[in-house]
Design a protein around this ligand. Structure first.
Ligand code: 5AD
Ligand code: FES
Length: 335
């Protein structure tokens, strides 16, 4: 593992010097190239329910946001999305939802088993929030391979300012270590520019990722969502988000790091810049077009009007345009 002293990390978290930033991105590109070459992996994202029992202050699908219509896809519709993804060449499905109690442990187990039996060779990634150890184990045995659960911020006090009472960083961390223990490839990650965040918090995020050593790390700017407590806060900056991607690449050279939709939302070429800062994954949307605008984590989310095939070809063009090579293999972590 690479070791960079904290004082140096803090300086890089803050720097606005263009030459220093370019040198940081070049080092991150070299690190990803040594490990993964110029390949960029695809993950087909299916957002299958926007019901959520949680009330995270930043999130546009939080329980108390009554201004959005709620939807829940049936198992059959989710399988149809997987079939479309397969036709488009994707070998990884990411099944994501809010913390939706209707999708209880047994229903999710049946869903995972159905996807697994229809697609024996594909990777199945779940992203369903915090659930019980027993559920995590059952789903793993049913055929899930990976789990995405961002830690959001690794500072306990900051975490408490972003979440309702009773939702703790300790419990989030426990889930992450447990998922890893069970055998999942695990994705953690954080938002950049959330309200009250300081450079020291971002340093803690880097420390936590070094401690957890996840297989994947999702990093994107905070973007305000209407009718949420943080609606009036400014979005995180593109420049700082890119610097954090580059630092995570340097500290975890093996990690799979997405150029996130949030990056593409705050800037038209944000995802390309993410790839140039060390990211090596894209997550095209496979959700049915009719429900996409409803999975409104934040305002002005891109790709809500596009067909799955459009995102597929759009991303391929963007990846090549940025000087990288689209790769449709499963893209497992091989560190
Ligand atoms: N801005 C940016 N990202 C957000 N997420 C949730 N709400 C927002 C927002 N307002 C991210 C969280 C979550 C992931 C699914 O989406 O990091 O883990
Ligand atoms: Fe969806 Fe470009 S990735 S339209």
């Amino acid at each position: 593992m690479v070791n960079i002293p904290d004082a140096e990390l803090l300086r890089l978290i803050r720097t606005e010097d263009p030459e220093e930033t370019e040198a940081l991105f070049a080092a991150a590109r070299a690190a990803r190239e040594a490990r993964y070459g110029r390949r960029v992996f695809f993950r087909g994202l299916i957002e299958f329910s926007n019901y959520c029992k949680n009330d995270c202050l930043y999130c546009g699908i939080r329980r108390s946001r009554s201004s959005i219509e709620r939807y829940r896809l049936s198992e059959e519709r989710i399988l149809a999305c997987c079939r479309l993804g397969d036709l488009l060449g994707y070998k990884t499905f990411v099944l994501q939802s809010g913390e939706d109690p209707w999708w209880d442990d047994a229903r999710v187990t049946a869903l995972v088993a159905a996807v697994r039996s229809a697609f024996p060779d594909h990777a199945i990634t779940l992203s369903l929030g915090e659930r019980s150890p027993r559920a995590f184990e059952r789903w793993f045995r049913a055929g899930a391979n990976r789990y995405l659960l961002r830690h959001e911020t690794a500072d306990a006090e900051h975490y408490a300012r972003l979440h309702p009472e009773g939702i703790t960083l300790a419990s989030r961390k426990k889930c992450l270590f447990m998922l890893k223990e069970i055998g999942y490839q695990v994705g953690a990650g954080f938002m950049v520019g959330t309200p009250f965040q300081t450079p020291e918090h971002l340093l803690e995020d880097l420390h936590f990722l070094q401690e957890l050593h996840p297989h994947m790390a999702g990093i994107g700017p905070f973007i305000p969502a209407e009718d949420t407590p943080f609606a009036a806060f400014p979005a995180g900056s593109l420049a700082q988000s890119l610097r954090m991607i580059a630092l995570v690449r340097l500290l975890l050279p093996d990690a799979l790091i997405p150029a996130t939709t949030a990056l593409g939302t705050i800037s038209p070429l944000g995802r390309e810049q993410g790839l140039r800062a060390g990211a090596n994954v894209v997550m095209p949307n496979l959700s049915p077009r009719a429900v996409r605008p409803l999975y409104a984590l934040y305002d002005h989310k891109i790709c809500t009007g596009d067909e799955a095939a459009e995102c597929r070809f759009c991303l391929e063009g963007r990846i090549r345009g940025a000087g990288f090579e689209p790769d449709l293999s499963r893209g497992d972590w091989t560190g």
